[in-house]
Design a protein around this ligand. Structure first.
Ligand SMILES: Cc1cc2nc3c(=O)[nH]c(=O)nc-3n(C[C@H](O)[C@H](O)[C@H](O)COP(=O)(O)OP(=O)(O)OC[C@H]3O[C@@H](n4cnc5c(N)ncnc54)[C@H](O)[C@@H]3O)c2cc1C
Ligand code: SF4
Ligand code: SF4
Ligand code: SF4
Length: 407
């Protein structure tokens, strides 16, 4: 029976919960805001299935991609609405056209992140764009299995550990299943995300510079209209977090408030990129190095400006790493432009493909401090000292002078 001794040993994929024949495992939220399985021992029949399907207990072999492409969707609107080059949509569209089903992560009504499926092209829009929060998988593996058994084509997208969990859950290979994961830095806590939205909403409604220590409950009429973690209005490389609110003006009408902050200014993204609230398993990832068993792995083509500058328009380029020859044949028909690239070159700019991020004292400080607001804690823990800022500025000047005189 599943018994989590160390938090790092559970990635929260939910395979055990969905496979248990007695339905005696529930996912419960811990004090960091992540879900973990809890077994009702009275009901458990000790069949061992939960351990058999766990992708942390049963890790697959490391792999390398067969071939790597830089890629962008030919439709510019799709590319702009996607996090990088729109590779996900390019892979998903033909599946829908063939009468298949696509699973992915989307925002729920309360702006938490959940896994769901769609059978229409319009439904793909909700999955587009990265949501930097761990998604709740719910019954998605069970639903995917039901579609697979009817013979319908299924595309399942998710984090590498979610794909690893799906594969273990299914226990057998299906010809009609296509799996897509992405290069994964790690997933932030859903609990911290909830807290951030409360604070940010209150902050926006209380005036630009006022940080309310206790978000007010009377913000009930303020509605979140849209959220994008990867807004490209300042470009793809310097992406922004964008939050659109509709706020009552007190006279029966509504004002639209737009918060748009680049990645180094937005407090939630700053904490995410400083690894303050990633799931413990992300610091010892069980599915990196292509251990997920996915057919294709997508990601951002960071470093494209140095490797293939002629294709970089700062609107987003994807990496598409083909792990299974079966995707190579479908790939020819996709509405996508592609260029062959070298695996070792792209690895240099995107080390998350192979390495987990280190666990720091700052993460411990973040979760130990229960007094301060989120805003204050993240601000304090991600502040860059004057020394480091001067050093970075000097490096920048030196680098640019060096480039100028070596032309
Ligand atoms: C938490 C997280 C960390 C990432 N870390 C890196 C990284 O270190 N390096 C890198 O190159 N790329 C990373 N990515 C992937 C990158 O942000 C893009 O998603 C990827 O480049 C694909 O972009 P696209 O334009 O092809 O498609 P998009 O339209 O952006 O496709 C989004 C796809 O991601 C899925 N998705 C979105 N959010 C989640 C979520 N929370 N959980 C599960 N699935 C989700 C959707 O279902 C959809 O399939 C990360 C993504 C996430 C969600
Ligand atoms: S051992 Fe079997 S019955 Fe018990 S929790 Fe695991 S799957 Fe469920
Ligand atoms: S990693 Fe997945 S299968 Fe393993 S214990 Fe955690 S939720 Fe269950
Ligand atoms: S870093 Fe690893 S454990 Fe964390 S979400 Fe990504 S794939 Fe899962």
């Amino acid at each position: 029976m599943i018994d989590i001794k160390e938090k790092k040993d559970c990635c929260g994929c939910g395979a055990c919960v969905q496979r248990c024949p007695k339905s005696c495992i529930s996912m419960l939220e811990d004090n960091e805001g992540f879900l973990y399985p809890e077994v009702d021992k009275e009901m458990c029949i000790d069949c061992g299935l939960c351990e058999k399907v766990c992708p942390v207990i049963n890790q697959s072999k490391e792999r390398q991609p067969l071939v790597v492409y830089a890629a962008k969707h030919k439709d510019e609107q799709i590319r702009l609405a996607s996090s990088s080059g729109g590779a996900f949509t390019a892979i998903a569209e033909p599946v829908i056209e063939e009468g298949g089903v696509v699973f992915g992560a989307k925002f729920d009504k309360d702006w938490s992140v959940i896994h769901d499926y769609t059978e229409t092209k319009e439904g793909l829009a909700a999955f587009q764009g990265s949501k930097y929060v761990q998604s709740r998988i719910g019954e998605s593996y069970k639903n995917a299995e039901a579609f697979l058994k009817t013979g319908r084509k299924v595309l399942f997208s998710g984090t590498p550990c979610q794909i690893a969990g799906l594969k273990r859950f299914l226990c057998k290979e299906y010809d009609n299943l296509l799996t897509v994961d992405f290069i994964c830095h790690g997933v932030p806590s859903p609990g911290v995300w909830r807290e951030y939205l409360k604070e940010e909403t209150a902050r926006q409604c209380g005036g630009k510079n006022s940080v309310l220590s206790h978000p007010k409950d009377n913000l009930g009429d303020v509605r979140i209209e849209n959220i994008s973690f990867r807004d490209k209005r300042l470009g793809w490389k310097k992406y922004s977090f964008a939050l659109t609110l509709s706020v009552p003006d007190g006279h029966g009408a509504k004002n639209t408030v737009l918060l748009s902050e680049p990645l180094n200014k937005n407090i939630f993204l700053r904490g995410f990129l400083a690894d303050l609230y990633l799931r413990p398993s992300c610091h010892a990832c069980p599915a990196k190095k292509f251990k997920s068993g996915s057919d294709v792995t997508i990601g951002d083509f960071w470093g494209v400006q140095n490797l293939i500058p002629e294709i970089d328009d700062d609107k987003g380029i994807s990496l598409v790493m083909v792990n299974n020859p079966k995707i190579e044949s479908c790939f020819r028909n996709y509405k996508i432009k592609k260029w062959l690239v070298n695996y070792n070159d792209i690895l240099y700019y995107n080390i998350s493909i192979e390495q987990s991020v280190s666990l720091t004292d700052k993460r411990r400080c973040f979760f130990c401090n229960t007094e301060s607001t989120l805003y204050k804690k993240i601000n304090q823990l991600t502040k860059i000292s004057l020394n480091v800022r001067i050093k970075r500025r000097l490096n920048y000047i030196y680098f640019n002078l060096f480039k100028k005189y070596n032309k």
